[in-house]
Design a protein around this ligand. Structure first.
Ligand SMILES: [Zn+2]
Length: 111
């Protein structure tokens, strides 16, 4: 999508601190961190909501979660982390492109 911040980041039209990228998704640092470590995993497929994703895209979310788990030490998340997907206005979704927040690097508040 032309006006999507994450699609623009992928194309290099907006700056970001990219930690990882492959053919399916990328991981960047959140510019407004809510924890000591706050990363965002962003599938390349543009879809605002999970119900608008292709089946392949939904399966990719599982692969991303697994990849995060396998690389948690490298990401500085050895002691644990929280994954979060905000969907819609009530949840505070700010970018209309599915993404997984990865929070950690410190003891997170329970909720
Ligand atoms: Zn997008």
């Amino acid at each position: 999508m032309e006006d999507c911040v994450f699609c623009k980041i992928r194309k290099g039209e907006l700056p970001s601190t990219k930690l990882y990228e492959d053919k399916d998704f990328m991981v960047i640092k959140d510019i407004n961190p809510q924890a000591k470590i706050h990363l965002i995993a962003i599938p390349h497929e543009h879809a605002p909501y999970i119900d608008m994703m292709t089946e392949e895209g939904v399966l990719l979310l599982g692969k991303i979660i697994h990849k995060i788990a396998l690389n948690r030490d490298k990401l500085g998340l050895k002691n644990g982390y929280r994954l979060l997907i905000n969907q819609g206005e009530d949840a505070g979704q700010t970018v209309g492109h599915i993404h997984i927040h990865i929070l950690g690097g410190e003891k997170l508040k329970e909720f």
